[in-house]
Ligand binder design. Structure first.
Ligand code: S3P
Length: 426
């Protein structure tokens, strides 16, 4: 599908976003192995979180879908069933990596495959710790999906330090730790999003945290519950940047997740001079939420590296657009961008080139000078949701109407994106 996007006059109005993708995956997986029924309210609407539900159904879990309210009949820690066919994780790295942790504790083999993009994403990062815990894990060429996890129960508990900053790897190990004897620990030198720690506690697990160290006690009693998912701050990022760039804009984004491990985006934007305000902060299902208010404002030059690169990894594509049209951006320590749904450094460079925007590329980052004119162009999402949405934002401040090719990729995390954008621009 192609999407035409014309330069916007100004963005005005209020939006409430679909549920957070990261939190939705975790809540669904834990609900599946809890005792009793769970109701997940405002579950993410994107295809990725749909993939998680389909995988759980294939494992014998009863899932009722009523709009964005999901009812899951938990089958307990030992109730999953061997699936008759390979599971399909679609485009979702979170599904394959996090669910593998749970599968490592099941006494049967499960194969998980995915789409073309997922089939070339690295899996060694979860294979190493799961093997150390005693699961048998096979993968195409020893690194790519499809992977087959043959679990065992109990697993051996380990203390593991992932070699890269990855919340998916951390989660995989903690979820396997549910099925391990004793205590399983993950140590991380760069902190990553802590939704798993929070959700595990909400469902009743014993999780101890200290700076850089998370420990879960094996075989917790997980109890089904009502769980509210806040709006996705990574989806909000596209509207925040759009409002900052388009003169005259003033928008409100309500009920957004404000977990401190995700709000580096707000600190970064405010640090650049953006007029972003946060209000009505409250805690729901263990997570902070609140409302955002953003007005068009000039932004200064940005530098993202070290722990910031990990904290902003999903937002970097749209922050690159802000940098190009705003005050410039230099990114380093972000080699992980190259193994996302697509090589996002290459995807940014190729699309900027189409619009006459200059960008210097390095192995683990890039630099975009600020104040550049974005020429009207046809952009290619390359099948990556965040590239599609980042260049839809670029199109709002381009010299003329633009096209996004393979625009439907946005529906992996945010199917409503183009209609919400049109509503704010109307
Ligand atoms: C996620 C972790 C990050 C992020 C992804 C979601 C999660 O991936 O990019 O969109 O929900 O844990 P990595 O763990 O690969 O860094």
């Amino acid at each position: 599908m192609q999407q035409q996007i014309s330069p916007a006059g100004r963005l005005k109005g209020a939006v409430r976003l679909p549920g957070d993708k990261s939190i939705s995956h975790r809540a669904a997986m834990l609900a599946a192995i809890a005792e009793g029924q769970s109701t997940l309210v405002n579950y993410a609407t994107g295809a990725d979180c749909g993939s998680t539900l389909k995988c759980l159904q294939a494992l014998g879990v009863a899932v009722g879908i009523d709009g964005t309210t999901i009812r899951i009949d938990g089958c307990g820690l030992e109730g999953l069933q061997a699936p008759p066919v390979p599971l399909d994780a679609g485009n979702s790295g979170s599904t394959i990596r996090m669910l593998s942790g749970i599968l490592a504790g099941q006494p049967f083999p499960t194969t998980i495959a995915g789409d073309e993009s997922l089939s070339v994403r690295p899996m060694q990062r979860i294979m190493a710790p799961l093997r150390a815990m005693g699961a048998v894990v096979e993968a195409r060429d020893e690194k790519f999906p499809p992977i087959t996890v043959t679990g065992r129960r109990p697993l051996k508990s380990i203390s593991y330090t992932p070699p890269m900053a990855s919340a998916q790897v951390k989660t995989c190990v903690l979820f396997a730790g549910i099925y391990a004897e004793g205590e399983t620990t993950v140590e991380e030198s760069i902190p990553t999003r802590d939704h798993s720690e929070m959700a595990l506690r909400e469902f009743g697990a014993d999780v101890a945290t200290a700076p850089g160290r998370i420990t879960i006690a094996g075989f917790p009693k997980l109890q089904g519950r009502e769980f509210h998912v806040p709006g996705d701050i990574s989806s909000a990022a596209f509207f925040l940047v759009a409002a900052l760039l388009v003169p005259g804009s003033h928008i409100a984004i309500e009920g957004v997740g404000l977990n401190p491990s995700r709000t580096a985006l707000l600190d970064y934007l405010i640090g650049l001079g953006a007029a972003v305000q946060v209000s009505r902060i409250e805690q729901v299902s263990g997570e902070m939420t609140g409302d955002l208010d953003v007005r068009h404002s000039p932004t200064g030059p940005g530098v993202i590296g070290g722990a910031m690169a990990a904290a902003l990894i999903d937002e970097i594509p749209v922050l690159a657009v802000l940098g190009a049209a705003g005050g410039g951006l230099t990114v380093r320590d972000a080699a992980e961008l190259r193994v996302k749904e697509t090589d996002r450094i290459a995807a940014l460079a190729a699309n900027f080139q189409r619009a006459g925007v200059h960008m210097d590329v390095s192995p683990d980052g890039f630099s975009v000078p600020g104040g550049q004119k974005i020429r009207a162009a046809s952009f290619d999402s390359m099948g990556d949701h965040r590239i599609a949405m980042a260049f839809a934002v670029a199109a709002l401040c381009a010299g003329g109407p633009c096209t996004i090719e393979e625009a439907q990729a946005a529906s992996v995390s945010f199917p409503e994106f183009y209609s919400y954008l049109a509503r704010l621009a109307a």
